[in-house]
Write a protein that binds this ligand. Structure first.
Ligand code: HEC
Length: 93
């Protein structure tokens, strides 16, 4: 394949992947705003003595709150919320 064409295709694929990642984050934000502000607002995620101190704990806590709410999210939706909260507030690796 022509080198320039290969580069163009690579760039397009990266752009698509980025767009998908941004869409997932937006989805996570929307789901959080719609479902998770009944009991606690965003300050819960930045409180001084957080219950959640690792990515694993964040995953567990999001599932716990989701289940308590009786939501039946797909894994993908749960992951979007975890990813959103981590990107926006927690910043775990
Ligand atoms: C029915 C009330 C309720 C709703 C609605 C709720 N939560 Fe919670 N959430 C809690 C309570 C209570 C705590 C604190 C638990 C503790 O301190 O032991 C908490 C804590 C958390 C924490 C940990 C905060 C920390 O200390 O770092 C996260 C993350 C979280 N919730 C995510 C969510 C998400 C995501 C949703 C929406 C799916 C949600 N919560 C909806 C009750 C709720």
């Amino acid at each position: 394949m022509n080198n320039n064409l290969a580069r163009l295709i690579t760039a397009l694929i990266m752009l698509l992947a980025q767009t998908a990642a941004i869409a997932d984050l937006e989805n996570g934000r929307t789901l959080t705003e719609r479902n998770c502000t009944g009991c606690h607002d965003d300050s819960m995620y930045t409180r001084e003595d957080p219950r959640v101190t690792t990515l694993g704990a964040l995953q567990k806590q999001v599932r716990r709150c989701e289940t308590n709410l009786g939501l039946t999210w797909f894994d993908e939706e749960t992951n979007d919320v975890i990813n959103y909260l981590n990107t926006q507030y927690y910043h775990f690796k």
